[in-house]
Write a protein that binds this ligand. Structure first.
Ligand code: PGA
Length: 248
């Protein structure tokens, strides 16, 4: 099946102060000296988006980790998609399992945020993934297919976007699914995209996320239907993240 260029995105989560921009600068310098075979993105905390995109925006695509579904208004503490774009973001992670779990985000909430992101010209990275209990009950494909049906909005037709399959039990744990398990879920994600978006669902990269490291990146990134990676802990240090980027 035709695949777009791979996309490797770092998710810094709630990590990173001004001093940590040095890691992004080191990454940018390495990519400038020897360009990646993939698109590379970094999603820092919202407070660093503008500084990071000014510093490395020509070599690294910068993104947000969430946005509000409304364009503006009385939503104390929230950040709109247009604000992310205004600060220099090109990408936005939506529906990460940490937000689904801690903030009660539903598939419908995620779909509304997708609409907002597309309206602001951002490229959404829509996250899905099963819990350990769901995996052990043999429900992973069913759960992810249901999340896809609810979280993927028609607004994605004709737009650049990605999906990230991140098993909740693999995030930050050092555990990873087998390649067969990854491929089975990625095939289900692709089927859900085509069912929803027709031909527009054929080319969006489907990223794998959850404990990706330099040591396991090559085999994961070369598995069928794996269009890139969403990387948490190993994206915080330029050297580790480069090890993953160079595995493409
Ligand atoms: P991890 O996180 O790479 O630290 O497991 C991935 C993610 O949550 O996106």
């Amino acid at each position: 099946m035709k695949q777009s260029v791979k996309l490797i995105v770092g998710n810094w989560k709630m990590n990173g102060l001004g001093a940590d921009l040095a890691e992004a600068l080191a990454l940018g310098a390495a990519l400038q000296a020897s360009p990646a075979r993939a698109r590379v993105g970094v999603c820092p905390p919202a407070t660093l988006i503008e500084r990071l995109s000014r510093a490395v925006g020509n070599t690294i695509e910068v993104g947000g980790q969430d946005c509000h579904a409304e364009p503006a208004g009385a939503f104390t503490g929230s950040v709109s998609a247009a604000m992310l774009a205004d600060a220099g973001a090109k990408l936005v992670i939506l529906g990460h399992s940490e937000r689904r779990a801690a903030c009660g985000e539903t598939d419908a909430d995620v779909a509304a945020k997708v609409d907002a992101a597309v309206a602001a010209g951002l490229e959404p990275i829509v996250c899905v993934g099963e819990t350990l209990a769901q995996r052990e009950a043999g429900e992973a494909v069913e759960v992810v297919s249901r999340q896809m049906a609810g979280s993927v909005s028609d607004a994605l037709k004709g737009q650049a976007f990605a999906v990230a399959y991140e098993p909740v039990w693999a995030i930050g744990t050092g555990l990873i699914p087998t390649l067969e398990q990854i491929e089975a879920v990625h095939r289900a994600v692709r089927a859900a995209l085509i069912a929803r978006l027709g031909d527009d669902g054929r080319t969006a990269p489907i990223l794998y996320g959850g404990s990706v490291k330099p040591s396991n990146a090559a085999e994961i990134l070369h598995a069928a239907e794996v269009g890139g990676a969403l990387v948490g802990g190993a994206s915080l240090k330029a050297e580790d993240f480069l090890g993953i980027i160079r595995a493409v």
